[in-house]
Design a protein around this ligand. Structure first.
Ligand code: FCB
Length: 466
């Protein structure tokens, strides 16, 4: 029963409009291994760069780690039952390399691989499409000790690891995603140091970016050989960039930032090479690029996974501060739904990939828990609804978008922020591990069931002027 419309605030302004999605549109949710699994020392898993990073004082805002997280490793059956009860079509999760090959290369840890096999089987038994990502940032520490993504060998090791997983699960998984957000792996991990392994070197960042893309291409080739009928995908995060002013300096800064954040990965995959003027601007000599690499990277993909949260306003000097009153989430990210619509139309026009899937979109909000335990997260519900309206608009404009996965199924370990930001549509009590679907989960579940929703006040987010 869905009584949510009755409890939602009365819409202001224009009357609501029905948004129905195409038949077969995929509704689901996403998570990642390190953020939810816990059990970091169980069944032969070796440390990842995130275990090491969490143990370094000052790296994680609340001093926490992934040791317990949502204890999903031990509770996956009840978690799949929860997904089933919400009626979702698909579940995106990631496979932890340090569980499957704890030494990075070489011997396979059967217990680790078995866990993912059981998870996939449980999902399939419940009619939920498994959407695994092979790498969501938890690199085996032993590989970081040998240089991590700055070392070309890591790309080769990734392809071997991918082959191990695909050999085992290739008969059951139809879509293989290589990497999650290579921009964040390279930039936050090696340039700004906000993420593991916490390095701060532009040169390392460029080397890492190339080796991540190479890893995608080499693994893609193995996936094609081992599972010729499967689809090949990569998940890239996009943050539309706007200059703060029309000054030359701001426009130039925004231009290069856009190339780094939004084109650095998709362009080479589409066969367009690296944005060359930005490579020159940052004096990257491309020493890591060997003959044949760009062809390997440009292996055709079947699906682009798109992660979208916010846009970014860039100025040449200093960080731009959002004016007071700008809608934002609890991490200070601007809420600007029209940027998603523009992004989707722009990606389709520039790359024309065969299909696109929203693999992450969502928001941390200040959840209020009522006395009866109900969480009235109208702000998150509205965030999702407004972004879905943009997806709907992009589909109407001809973009081949096959589905939408909300980030995240659960409140979880939000990297350098620890457990503070709550992204879940399902609340997790980290003391008791109790899961409680929030109002947004009920709304999203009803929307998935109906394959559409009513958008109140459809004129609220007018298209941007530019
Ligand atoms: C993305 C990550 C995901 C989550 C969200 C909030 O960059 O892929 O793991 O942390 O941001």
């Amino acid at each position: 029963m869905n009584d949510l419309d009755a409890t939602s605030p009365a819409p202001q302004g224009a009357p609501s409009v029905r948004k129905n999605f195409p038949d077969g549109f995929i509704w689901g949710s996403a998570t990642s291994s390190f953020q939810i699994e816990g059990a970091t020392g169980e069944d032969g898993r070796a440390p990842s760069i995130w275990d090491t990073f969490c143990a370094e004082p000052g790296r994680i805002l609340d001093g926490s780690n992934g040791d317990m997280a949502c204890d999903h490793y031990n509770r996956f059956k009840e978690d799949v039952a929860l997904i089933k009860s919400l009626g979702f079509d698909a579940y995106r999760f990631s496979i932890a390399w340090p569980r499957v090959i704890p030494t990075g290369t070489g011997a396979v840890n059967e217990a680790g691989l078995n866990f993912y096999e059981q998870l996939v089987d449980e999902l399939l038994a419940n009619d939920i499409t498994p959407l695994p990502t092979l790498y969501h940032w938890d690199l085996p520490q032993v590989l970081e000790d040998a240089g991590g993504w700055v070392n070309r060998d890591t790309a080769l090791a990734f392809a071997d690891y991918a082959a191990v997983v695909v050999e085992r699960l290739g008969d059951r998984v139809q879509t293989w995603t290589t990497l999650n957000e290579p921009f964040v792996s390279a930039n936050h991990g090696y340039v700004t140091g906000e993420h593991a392994p916490g390095h701060t070197s532009m040169a390392e960042g460029f080397a890492a970016s190339h080796h991540l893309l190479l890893a995608h291409g080499l693994a893609g080739r193995r996936i094609r050989e081992l599972a010729p009928d499967a689809r090949l995908a990569i998940v890239i995060n996009f943050t539309p960039i706007e200059p703060a002013t029309t000054s030359n300096a701001d426009v130039v800064a925004a231009y290069h930032q856009n190339n780094l954040e939004n084109r650095w990965y998709a362009d080479p995959i589409a066969g367009l090479g690296y944005p060359i003027d930005t490579a020159r601007y940052h004096r990257w000599e491309q020493d890591e690029v060997r003959p044949g690499d760009m062809e390997t990277i440009a292996i055709p993909i079947d699906l682009l996974g798109i992660n979208f949260y916010t846009r970014s306003i860039v100025q040449a000097e200093g960080d731009y501060e959002l004016p007071e009153g700008t809608p934002q989430n609890t991490m200070g990210w601007e809420i600007h739904p029209p940027s998603l619509g523009e992004l989707l139309r722009g990606l389709h026009e520039r790359y024309d990939f065969p299909s696109m899937l929203i693999t992450e979109n969502g928001a941390p909000m200040p959840d209020r828990i009522r006395k009866d335990g109900r969480i009235e997260d109208d702000d998150r519900l509205d965030y999702i609804r407004q972004h879905l309206a943009q997806v709907h608009g992009a589909i109407e404009a001809g973009c081949p978008i096959e589905g939408y996965l909300v980030w995240s199924l659960f409140d979880n370990f939000e990297w350098a922020w620890g457990y503070g930001p709550r992204f879940g549509i399902v609340e997790v009590d980290f003391e008791t591990q109790e899961r409680t679907p929030k109002k947004s989960a009920e709304w999203f579940s009803a929307t998935a069931d109906a394959n559409g929703f009513d958008l109140p006040d459809p004129t609220r987010w007018a298209p941007t002027e530019d």
